[in-house]
Design a protein. Structure first.
Length: 402
């Protein structure tokens, strides 16, 4: 039973128990002494205020998925989920030890991947790749494939350009990074609500987990802090450094998401940079691994060997998938062991090449490299994982439980 659901159950049980009388002597059955006692005795009962949540029930989407013994999933884009590639990806999961799909519901540019109801405030950002998301989920239910909705939060070019006041500007223009991507501002709680309404819709459709990605400030934000114009919202007057404000805002968003989704029968997960677990906190982007982990059911570190600089004593970790993943797993295990109620660890691993790292031929990632990463996780007691390939072209014939 999920932690939040257990709390609701116990609170509701307390309400039911308190509704029953604690004395079973009825006045019409009592003798004179008992009647006198009952008439004159003031029972030491207090009126209890029942938490609002106790009277509310978990939303039932009408779909029934079992949580796998260990989630082993692949990433699926909106076009793949709504196109002919979905049949091939479904066969891949059905014919192997994979059992889950992470499907884009709000993607990296800021579009949602399905058509919302007429009159929805999200109509203008819809790219309806998935014609009928409910039918898709019913198909996954039938095949026993666990569905996870991916929602990209603070990287959102569409919202940034529509609402510059929710973003960062420079010389009156919305700031973009070197890839031309714009971000929205984690200090702005209007952005929080904007994304949580999409998350709730995904839960209502029947997704079993909401996975939030890009839960952070732009990379290198600390070096741009003084040159960009932006609001700190409710955080402006806090007596703390800008670094601490960023960490607090990101952590507060995750806590807000946890609370807002507490009445839906879903798990909450967050994607986080792998290096965030190796340091006290990532000051530029506002990610504190332990603080975020304290508010989620699942933490998914992005630990692709290609995304590490010289680390773990390895000059080029991309060439050493087993050593890289094993070295990281030991650090993460130590960090999570210090938490009172740690989340499930379910890292993202790599099934793609990284030619940008090489002047010549890139290290190829195939069956051996994917299996090496999985084996490294398993040997460190981490049995769940997700596999990333941006184009959804996954290596064939992989043993997903080596």
């Amino acid at each position: 039973m999920k932690k939040k659901h257990l709390v609701l159950f116990l609170t509701s049980l307390l309400v039911v128990v308190c509704a029953f009388p604690i004395h079973n002597v009825r006045a019409d059955e009592a003798g004179p002494k008992e009647v006198q006692l009952l008439a004159g005795k003031k029972l030491g009962l207090k009126t209890l205020k029942v938490p609002e949540s106790a009277a509310r029930f978990l939303y039932d989407s009408g779909l029934d998925f079992d949580y796998p013994e260990a989630v082993r999933g692949i990433y699926v884009t909106g076009p793949s989920a709504g196109g002919s590639n979905m049949e091939e990806l479904t066969k891949l999961v059905e014919s192997t030890d994979l059992n889950a799909m992470v499907i884009d519901i709000k993607e990296d540019h800021g579009n949602i991947t399905f058509e919302p109801p007429e009159g929805s405030p999200y109509e203008d950002i819809a790219q309806p790749y998935i014609d009928d998301p409910r039918a898709m989920l019913e198909m996954l239910e039938e095949k026993g494939i666990y569905p996870i909705a991916r929602i990209v939060v603070f990287k959102d070019s569409l919202l940034a350009k529509k609402r510059p006041d929710l973003s960062y500007t420079k010389n009156g223009e919305v700031w973009v990074n070197g890839k031309g991507e714009a971000f929205v501002n984690p200090f702005m709680k209007e952005v929080w609500k904007y994304n949580l309404e999409i998350a709730k819709k995904a839960a209502e459709l029947g997704f079993q987990e909401i996975q939030f990605d890009y839960v952070r400030f732009p990379e290198g934000f600390g070096t741009r802090d003084e040159i960009l114009d932006y609001s700190q919202g409710d955080y402006a007057n806090l007596e703390m450094s800008n670094v601490d404000k960023r960490v607090k805002a990101v952590t507060d968003f995750v806590a807000y998401a946890e609370d807002e989704l507490s009445h839906y029968d879903v798990d909450v997960s967050v994607d986080i940079f792998g290096y965030a677990a190796t340091i006290e906190e990532a000051p530029n982007i506002g990610q504190n691994f332990s603080k975020i982990s304290s508010h989620v059911d699942v933490i998914s570190s992005m630990i692709y060997p290609s995304h590490w600089g010289p680390f773990f004593g390895l000059d080029k970790p991309d060439k050493h998938p087993y050593k890289t993943i094993s070295s990281y797993a030991k650090i993460e295990n130590e960090v999570l062991s210090k938490l009172e109620d740690p989340p499930t660890s379910r890292p993202w691993i790599q099934d793609f090449e990284a030619p940008w790292l090489y002047s010549g031929p890139a290290k190829q990632y195939g069956k051996a490299e994917v299996e090496a990463q999985i084996k490294a996780l398993q040997e460190n007691g981490i049995n769940e994982y997700l596999i990333w390939n941006a184009t959804n072209n996954y290596t064939p014939n992989v043993d997903y439980t080596p």
